[in-house]
Ligand binder design. Structure first.
Ligand code: NAD
Ligand code: DAU
Length: 350
């Protein structure tokens, strides 16, 4: 029987992956390991946390003894590693937090897998979930493929790039079976409102300014989080060991165009006159080292593994907005306390 350790399962993407695996695979034991930082929230899993195949361990990746206990106690057979510090703006203010969790934490996890799987490596899998940001920035044209050289530009992406290299190095050096996927920007329910889409949804609800960085023409490639979860399921089960898969939706948006679509959908849903929230758009000081454009070529995962996204951006965005409008308690809980201080510090000088 598989006993899968999913790290970061109380976070945004992790909670969708845990939910999918717990419900789709009742024969698998799913162990969610999460330190419950500001980004981790067990409310994200309230609908499945009583399932008999679900277990939670509040453990920090930096605590090697605790990690060791989890591997021993649950006889972990596979790892899907999502736990990370994930916000670029935070990485600009506190790069070392990203070095510790994203690099040292990943190496700690690799060491545990190597130690517990050494007798029969081939029966196990270390799946590392990474980001397209490791490739750096694109110009007006072109796409990131699996062959694009790494060129990280932020402390966040540098830490993720480093963790990708460590995973690959453990494969080469110690024969640890691994697979890596690099995904574009996710959006959807349970997204912490420090990132563009949930932050702007929250600000539109509260009629607060929408802080657009720089000229607003930075471009991102957006994927609905539930589609990322199905891609992870596909790569976990069918991906070639030692390989990398890019995951994306061929869905590029300039930030300002995305913000206008968001405003349009939200004004409709809130019963506002069309364009009411336009006046909230506020151009602010740019993010340092801001990558101009990301765009994923997801041909390989489509051709080799048959995965493709299930919803259009308009559908996914509409479902996302509905979720936030119906889950105001979740939103209020995560935006109280330390969030207020974070918001003041991050946007005071912009
Ligand atoms: P998130 O910030 O929402 O969640 C991260 C989770 O990791 C939280 O639950 C947090 O408590 C946990 N965590 C943080 N530090 C930890 C530590 N030291 N020990 C144990 N747990 C710890 O992140 P997310 O947006 O869900 O991203 C998940 C993963 O997917 C990350 O590895 C990220 O790099 C990658 N990714 C994210 C996106 C995106 O658009 N959000 C896109 C591509 C890849
Ligand atoms: O590409 C994948 C990455 O996407 C993930 O690896 C990261 O974990 C995830 O946070 C995300 O990174 P971005 O930096 O692209 O996401 P963010 O939501 O922070 O910003 C999206 C775009 O919006 C970016 O161009 C910056 C801009 N932005 C963001 C915020 C928070 C604004 O203009 N104003 C804002 O207030």
């Amino acid at each position: 029987m598989k006993s899968i350790l999913i790290t970061g399962g109380a976070g945004f993407i992790g909670s969708h992956v845990v939910r999918l695996f717990v419900t789709k695979y009742p024969g698998y034991k799913i162990v969610n390991l999460d330190a419950l930082t500001y980004a981790g929230n067990l409310e994200n899993l309230a609908d499945i946390d009583q399932s008999p195949n679900y277990f939670f361990e509040k453990v920090n990746l930096l605590d090697v003894n605790e990690l060791d206990c989890v591997f021993a106690e649950h006889a972990i057979t596979d790892v899907i590693h999502l736990a990370a510090e994930s916000h670029v703006d935070r990485s600009i203010h506190s790069p070392l937090d990203f070095v510790y969790t994203n690099i040292v934490g990943t190496v700690n996890l690799l060491n545990e897998a190597k130690k517990y799987w050494k007798e029969d490596m081939e029966n196990h899998l270390f799946y590392h979930v990474s980001t397209d940001e490791v490739y750096g920035a694109l110009g007006e044209t072109g796409f990131f493929t699996e062959e694009t050289p790494y060129h990280p530009n932020s402390p966040y992406s540098a830490s993720k790039a480093s963790s990708d290299h460590f995973v690959r190095a453990y494969g080469e050096t110690y024969d640890l079976p691994f697979v890596i996927s690099n995904c574009s920007n996710n959006y959807g329910p349970y997204h912490f409102p420090e990132k563009l889409i949930p932050l702007f949804i929250n600000n539109i609800i509260n009629k607060k300014p929408l802080p657009v960085y720089g000229d607003g023409k930075y471009t991102r490639d957006w994927l609905f989080v539930k589609d990322h979860a199905t891609a992870i399921d596909t790569v976990f089960h069918n991906g070639k060991r030692g390989d990398t898969y890019n995951i994306g939706g061929f869905n590029e948006w300039k930030n300002i165009d995305l913000v206008k679509l968001l405003i349009k959908q939200m004004d409709e849903k809130l019963g506002n006159e069309p364009g009411t929230s336009d006046e909230l758009i506020t151009y602010v000081k740019d993010r340092p080292g801001h990558d101009r454009r990301y765009a994923i070529d997801a041909t390989k995962i489509n051709k080799e593994l048959g995965w493709k996204p299930s919803v259009t951006f308009e559908e996914g965005l509409s479902e996302t907005i509905d979720w936030y409008l119906e889950n105001t308690e979740w939103l209020n809980n995560v935006t109280s306390g330390n969030y207020q201080q974070y918001y003041e510090n991050m946007y005071a000088n912009r």
